[in-house]
Design a protein around this ligand. Structure first.
Ligand SMILES: Nc1nc2c(ncn2[C@@H]2O[C@H](COP(=O)(O)OP(=O)(O)OP(=O)(O)O)[C@@H](O)[C@H]2O)c(=O)[nH]1
Ligand SMILES: [Mg+2]
Ligand SMILES: [Zn+2]
Length: 308
């Protein structure tokens, strides 16, 4: 039988068949997938082949995994060779960000967007907790919206607390498999709880937030939407290590740079100090935002370090 993975808690997986029957499943033997070395062989969203192990106990044995349409991994900031597959077979990802409690940096947002571009998963940025934004943050949000919408990313404001923008975000989920991602404490599980009031997932107060150590959600889990589609709650990401992106490739994952790359004088231009560089010209002309170029240089530097 075929089944889809809804949750992984280590050696056991919670899976559903096409009729929505739920089973606990585990792997027998070893299989290697997609030539990637990951800490987890199977992830939420994977489609697997399975045999009945015990009918009374509703357990299955997973025998194989179907080819993935795509997947998103993260590497540990401490061990970049260790990849963890966050989820597979996604239609889109919603990056939850906040400008207060905790503040999401533009650098983090860019790293996330680049990872999604590299894995061909379209992303949308959702700024939650807008009820906490003072004038300063409201102005920041306008500026951020301008930066990202100019590149082609949708930016949506939301306050779960005040129930503003929530319906708009729900509409984005219809008939799609959506990954919710972002730092710990930005409100991913709170959002799921609004969409599925019967679930009552654990969420946690971030007053006196130190930004460290607290992770309320510990395993990724997928839920079926009654209006069509599926949504995946994930544990917060503290720092996003970039996976398998070379220095030469990096600018391809900035959509506003990608379309100019043919105009650089050198086809191996890194857009740092080369002459007749279309990217640097665009930064000077204001068509590429300096913050994005700054992110580009920052990420380039982190890739350089990785090589040693
Ligand atoms: N003021 C305000 N607080 C919110 C809002 N949305 C969520 N929160 C609060 O933020 C805190 C963290 O929310 P969670 O939903 O647990 O965050 P999470 O993203 O799931 O965190 P992890 O599971 O650790 O990744 C909770 O105390 C929520 O009540 C909002 O729109 N405004
Ligand atoms: Mg959570
Ligand atoms: Zn260039």
């Amino acid at each position: 039988m075929m089944a889809t993975v809804y949750k992984s808690t280590g050696s056991w997986y919670v899976v559903q068949d096409a009729e929505g029957n739920v089973f606990n499943a585990r792997i027998k033997g070893k299989f290697k997938i997609d030539n990637i070395t990951s800490t987890n062989p199977i992830a939420v969203g994977d489609v697997v082949l399975a045999d009945m192990e015990n009918e009374l106990e509703h357990t299955l044995t997973i025998t194989d995994i179907a080819p993935r349409k795509n997947y998103i991994t993260r590497s540990s900031p401490h061990n970049r060779n260790q990849h963890h597959i966050i989820a597979a077979n996604l239609d889109q990802s919603l990056l939850f960000a906040t400008l207060r409690e905790p503040k999401t940096s533009l650098g983090f947002i860019d790293r996330f967007l680049i990872t999604s571009e590299a894995y061909h998963v379209p992303s949308i940025i959702v700024f939650n907790k807008s009820d906490l934004y003072q004038q300063k943050e409201q102005e920041q949000l306008l500026e951020i919206r301008e930066i990202y919408e100019a590149i082609g990313y949708k930016v949506q404001g939301m306050s779960i607390e005040k129930n503003e923008g929530v319906e708009e975000v729900k509409l984005l989920l219809k008939d799609k498999t959506t990954l919710l991602s972002g730092h710990s404490g930005v409100g991913k599980s709170s959002f799921i709880n609004i969409v599925f009031p019967e679930l009552k997932l654990r969420t946690q107060d971030v007053s006196g937030w130190s930004g460290k150590g607290l992770h309320t959600t510990t395993f990724a889990e997928m839920f079926n939407l009654d209006f069509g589609g599926r949504v995946i709650d994930t544990p917060g990401i503290r720092e996003l290590g970039l996976v398998d992106i070379s220095k030469q490739e990096l600018s391809h994952y900035f959509p506003e740079m990608r379309k100019l790359l043919n105009d650089c004088q050198f086809n191996n231009c890194m857009h740092i100090n080369e002459t007749r560089c279309a990217i640097k010209d665009a930064v000077s002309a204001g068509t590429i935002h300096p913050e994005r170029y700054y992110s580009y240089l920052n990420i380039l530097e982190s890739i350089t370090k990785k090589a040693y």
